[in-house]
Design a protein around this ligand. Structure first.
Ligand SMILES: Cc1ncc(COP(=O)(O)O)c(C=O)c1O
Length: 399
């Protein structure tokens, strides 16, 4: 007898970014020299003072359950940091600490959605939003944005996509996969529709600190008075502090929503790792020099990647204002043959690039934008040089 999986799990798509990362790891294990641009994680070690805080917590016996919503010191530190950075009051009771931002998003969707509610997701979108919405038995409604508008959702597009079932809008700035960063006035225009239509916004701000010169981060809740009552902010330490494996993220939400999330977490996962929470506390309370150093290095790499992309024939790319991804248009290569293999879409493109040049990237189709490829630049300069040399050779072989 085969045990049957639930309909929800049968309908769930696996994470495309993780699948590509696994394919690259398998090739590497088989002895191939693979350049992996598929994964969304900093290639730096977690800063030493954060590691030290974890060791201290461990030695001091902080190895027990904590409150399900996280240790009070960390919730308060997140709330204080938010108030200091963004100028609107935030209390510890509005913060729930979860097992990474992905878990925080899942909590928010589960707590807010009912069967059949519609959730507006601008495309290109991060891979997990639509799948998590479906797990919450709601309906993802994809709103495509344009490359010529740097993949930004306009207020008019938002207004036109609303129906009487629309409950939530998901925003991600800086964006994974496009790297686009919304300007304040663009967010204010969106906020007007959100307030008039009484929507709730899930604002994924995980790349808050990874913003490059010429661009500025704005937390969505701050762009219009009263917006904090309609916003659930998702953030965490994974990207900014090179702490992907520690699994600490959080939501900042109105108190009743946070109480709902804390209740859910108390029945599902209990607290995130106690030791990781103490490490995250050191990250938030400690010096931000480590973040500045990482941003400086990412800026150098971004400039290098932009230069290489500009030199590739028939490839265009967006503004790369934040996060650590290049998102480039390869549509001009569709219908061309690469060593006898015809590439029809971005999935084919990425597969042949991996097979023929051992460079792992992720197809735009995984982000709701066929025609594009996402390549992380959270990789060493040496790997970036070699990877873009290989990409150039691959494109030059097109017939
Ligand atoms: C936009 C976005 N949100 C959320 C996450 C999840 O972050 P975490 O690793 O903290 O779960 C990621 C990670 O790739 C991301 O890119």
């Amino acid at each position: 007898m085969t045990i049957e999986l639930s309909q929800a799990i049968q309908a769930l798509a696996p994470s495309a970014t993780m699948a590509m990362g696994n394919a690259a790891a398998e090739l590497r294990a088989a002895g191939q020299s693979v350049i992996d641009f598929s994964m969304g994680e900093p290639d730096f070690d977690t800063p030493a003072h954060i590691q030290q805080a974890a060791l201290t917590a461990l030695r001091e016996g902080q190895t027990h359950y904590t409150p399900a919503a996280g240790i009070m010191k960390l919730r308060a530190a997140v709330a204080d940091a938010y108030t200091q950075a963004h100028g609107i009051p935030c209390e510890a009771s509005q913060v729930v600490i979860s097992c990474g931002a992905k878990h925080a998003l899942h909590n928010a969707f589960t707590v807010l959605l009912n069967d059949g509610d519609e959730v507006l997701i601008p495309a290109p979108y991060w891979v997990s939003y639509a799948e998590q919405v479906k797990l919450a038995r709601a309906t993802p409604v994809i709103v495509s944005t344009k490359e010529s508008e740097n993949f930004k959702l306009s207020a008019e597009q938002l207004d036109a996509a609303c129906t009487n079932k629309t409950r939530l809008l998901v925003l991600c700035s800086p964006s994974n996969p496009t790297g686009t960063v919304y300007a304040r006035e663009q967010l204010t225009a969106i906020a007007e529709v959100v307030q008039r239509r009484k929507l709730t916004v899930i604002s994924d701000e995980i790349y808050e600190y990874l913003v490059y010169p010429g661009h500025e981060f704005h937390s969505f809740a701050t762009v219009a008075p009263g917006l904090e009552d309609q916003t659930v902010i998702v953030n965490g330490v994974s990207k900014s502090f090179a702490m992907t494996g520690w699994r600490i993220g959080w939501t900042i939400a109105p108190k009743n929503v946070s109480a709902g999330i804390a209740k859910l977490q108390s029945q599902e996962t209990s607290n995130p790792s106690s030791i990781s929470q103490f490490a995250a506390l050191a990250a938030i309370e400690g010096s931000k020099d480590c973040v500045k150093d990482m941003v400086a290095e990412f800026t150098r790499r971004k400039d290098y990647v932009a230069e290489r992309l500009n030199a590739l024939p028939n490839v265009s790319h967006g503004e790369m204002g934040g996060a650590f991804y290049a998102f480039f248009n390869v549509r001009n290569y569709f219908g061309k043959s690469f060593r006898g293999q015809t590439v029809k879409n971005s999935q084919d493109f990425c597969l042949e690039l991996l097979r023929q040049q051992n460079v792992a990237t992720v197809s735009g189709a995984a982000f709701g934008a066929d025609g594009f490829v996402r390549a992380s630049f959270a990789a060493s300069m040496e790997n970036l040089r070699e990877g873009y040399d290989r990409l150039a050779r691959f494109l030059a072989s097109a017939e």
